[in-house]
Design a protein around this ligand. Structure first.
Ligand code: HEM
Length: 132
């Protein structure tokens, strides 16, 4: 007799390969952002080691992995930066390109894009979610 495993729902986080895949995505993502002359200026005074760790934890939560994110809220971290809608779109495009390049399934990428649309108002300066 075979033992049948309980059909637990598999998170996007598990499907793409967990922590090591998220880490690889964050590395490639920031390489792209920092190589983009339109965007690099935002990060000149930022500690990129802590920054990569923060984004890895946050991407883990977005993908349904364990929630260990303890950083500032998105609005609090971004409203002082004056991020324009154009720059937000460019950062989103770098993230989508990164995930696609790394072979992340299209439905996972689509869900990440949904989250990007949802939090846009918190990140873009003066956005409608600035207080969220
Ligand atoms: C959905 C999109 C984004 C997410 C999920 C995200 C995520 C994060 C996170 C988790 C942090 C660390 C917060 C903390 O604990 O201090 C952070 C900081 C930062 N983000 Fe973003 N970010 C996004 C979009 C952007 C965009 C579009 C820009 C610029 C064009 C940007 C520039 C920065 C900078 C410069 C910091 C460092 C702020 C500081 O240390 O004072 N982010 N972001």
């Amino acid at each position: 007799m075979t033992v049948t495993e309980e059909a637990a729902p598999v998170s996007h986080y598990e499907r793409i390969g967990g922590a090591s895949s998220v880490k690889a995505a964050v590395e490639l993502f920031y390489d792209k952002v920092l190589a983009d002359p339109e965007l690099a200026g935002y990060f000149t005074t930022v500690d990129m080691v802590g920054q990569r760790r923060h984004l890895a934890l946050m991407l883990t939560v977005v993908l349904g992995g364990p929630n260990e994110y303890a950083g500032r809220g998105l609005a609090e971290a971004h409203q002082p930066l004056g991020v324009t809608p154009e720059h937000y779109a460019m950062v989103g495009a770098h993230l989508t390109a990164t995930l696609t390049e790394l072979g992340v399934p299209a439905d996972v990428v689509a869900d990440v894009q949904d989250v990007l649309a949802q939090v846009r108002g918190q990140v873009v300066a003066g956005g409608d979610g600035a207080d969220a």
